[in-house]
Design a protein around this ligand. Structure first.
Ligand code: ZN
Length: 225
């Protein structure tokens, strides 16, 4: 492992993420986000604070995100609409500043894709922990976007089948630490990315080194590191 992207999902989380990046220059990189679950419960002040925080730190971050859509936890119609509106604001920001965007998406992959595809100046689009359909995956591939696979591939048959079909050219690897540990109740760690790469290699019939090299090069290109 040569680098870590540490993504914030809140104002304070973004501050913490940048601190960690500054303490580990050249190894940990920061991205600033605002979790879609917070977007549903809209707090204009908080949102504007995060938007300003992003603008002030564009040179210090490698991407905008996690931002996106989460309909898994949010069922309320008006909250879902707010999520989409706020996601569009972040997409506009990424478009204006020409920053890669890291999308958190749960039960809304197609909707997120339909929104993001209109922003032609966003240099790179990454669907983190991609869990959408193969149909959406194909549309993502056609646009040259990326899908990131986490350690859930180690235990989720559905993700194994999905990522078997997705070309490595469009794949990044991650852990989503501290979440998605292979054993329940245990804290996930960035070093476990090795397990995701191992599984990906196994289902694709390739060596660890091949998968490691391609996905690492993808990440370097995407985040310009
Ligand atoms: Zn996420």
């Amino acid at each position: 492992m040569t680098a870590i992207i540490n993504s914030g999902t809140s104002y304070q989380g973004n501050i913490d993420s940048l601190k960690l990046a500054n303490e580990n220059k050249g190894f940990i990189y920061s991205s600033f986000g605002y979790h879609p679950i917070s977007s549903g419960k809209l707090d204009e002040n908080n949102l504007n604070k995060v938007i300003n925080q992003m603008k002030e730190n564009m040179d210090n971050i490698v991407a905008i995100g996690e931002v996106g859509i989460d309909f898994f936890y949010v069922k309320d119609k008006s909250e879902r609409e707010k999520q989409k509106e706020i996601f569009k604001q972040f997409a506009e920001l990424a478009n204006e500043y020409k920053k890669p965007i890291l999308i958190h998406c749960r039960d809304g992959e197609r909707k997120a894709f339909n929104i993001i595809q209109d922003y032609d100046d966003i240099p790179e689009v990454i669907f983190h922990c991609f869990s959408g359909s193969m149909k959406t995956a194909n549309r993502i591939i056609d646009k040259g976007y990326y899908m990131s696979v986490a350690t859930m591939i180690n235990y989720s048959k559905r993700h194994q089948e999905l990522f078997k079909e997705i070309s490595l050219e469009n794949i990044l690897t991650e852990t989503d630490s501290p979440y998605l540990a292979i054993e329940k109740g245990i804290r996930n760690e960035p070093s476990n990315v090795r397990l995701a790469i191992e599984k990906l290699a196994e289902i694709k019939g390739l060596t660890f080194e091949e998968v490691d090299k391609i996905t690492e090069n993808n990440a370097k290109k995407v985040f310009n590191i």
